[in-house]
Design a protein around this ligand. Sequence first.
Ligand SMILES: Cc1cc2nc3c(=O)[nH]c(=O)nc-3n(C[C@H](O)[C@H](O)[C@H](O)COP(=O)(O)O)c2cc1C
Length: 216
Amino acid sequence: MGFNNAGVDHLVAKVRASRFDGVIGINIGKNLTTPVEQAVDDYLTCLEKVHAHAHYVTVNISSPNTPGLRNLQFGEHLDGLLSALREAGSRLDRDSGRRVPLAVKIAPDMEAEEVGLVADCLAANAIDAVIATNTTVSCEAVAGLAHADEAGGLSGRPVFEASNAVIRELRRRLPEMPIVGVGGIDSGAAALAKRGGRGRPGRSSIQASSTAARHW
Ligand SMILES: Cc1cc2nc3c(=O)[nH]c(=O)nc-3n(C[C@H](O)[C@H](O)[C@H](O)COP(=O)(O)O)c2cc1C
């Protein structure tokens, strides 16, 4: 399935033509057909093209719809990808005189230990922020319902607790890093639950997508 879109050049043309004057975050990922081993080339191409048009860039390594994409969240793949993007991002920042933060968006389907490894890698590569989380591939929350066994990521309530757990672990490991909490925010209380623990010094913000679109 991959990311259904008309490609980065089309996106840049749309952003250039837009009169929107708010904050623009651009989400980049690899093509469906690019092997994971060569994914870094796709991300670098996208970063080069979108840098001038974004206020921040999200590195999406957590969409469940591109087979193999989530492998980029681990080990050498992650370190190779983030170090290449950090280097390119810093060069583009210098050349343009514009600082464009890099945020990495991760999946909720991870054990605490795996979140810890991701956190270490984000810090080691001076990534600016982390967005937690994307949709979940766990069908637990919808077990027994029609279509429960279909492939694809679940948003809204089914991802709420899992994303909160990832945020808590990230906040524990990365007390200073801005965390954007996302996943099942359908009320003020749900938004507050994304803080990741009281008294922590790091800054946090939230994003609400599918559930908010239905409820608010
Ligand atoms: C139809 C749909 C399309 C999505 N497309 C993207 C995407 O292109 N990039 C991305 O990083 N996340 C994507 N997401 C994930 C959402 O941004 C969000 O992380 C996830 O749905 C959890 O938040 P929510 O429960 O508020 O929807 C998509 C989610 C849905 C439901």
